[in-house]
Design a protein around this ligand. Sequence first.
Ligand SMILES: [Zn+2]
Length: 201
Amino acid sequence: MILKGQLHTHTTFSDGALTPQEAADAYARLGYDFIAITDHDHLLKPSYGDAISRVDSRMLIFTGIELTVHCRKGYVHVSRIEGEKEVLHVFNHPADVDVSLKDCIRIIAEVAEQYPIDAVEITTHGFYTPQFDIPGIPYPKVAADDSHNLLGCGRGWIELEAPLDRDEIIRAVKQGRFMNCFAGDKARRKSAGDLRLIQFA
Ligand SMILES: [Zn+2]
């Protein structure tokens, strides 16, 4: 089946405005099949894992965490997303590293020595950053929202063909078997816009 998914979402368990349940409900209304909740490690509130496991949703909810990883230029963010056996590590929003492309590629390589990087985001808060969608960054490139509130939900996502199974989804991402999608795409603008209107009604 074709699955629509979000790999980067924040909640009230770090600096997000929506509870895990509210975030899940927002994405379910937008037609998603899975989301990963990836709150910041340095802001994480207690009972995070319990709160995620209590979310009631038709979607598959991944437990994740956004790690603060130190590197020569300060720090960068890497999401760690838990499957059953598989684990996915995504280097997040490279545009935020705010260095030249060449230095950014070096930093990704440096971080990959500490964490087994599986994919690199090509979005910042859901907006496409094409300068990182290049063969010089030798990883699958993923679109994600990094949503911190309702307005941030539904800008960038992935679609893939897999059973609704955590490890199958993670393997598909690792192997680059997915499509990046954006709410701004012509064909999708109308349905995304309609859904937003419903959300705010
Ligand atoms: Zn984030």
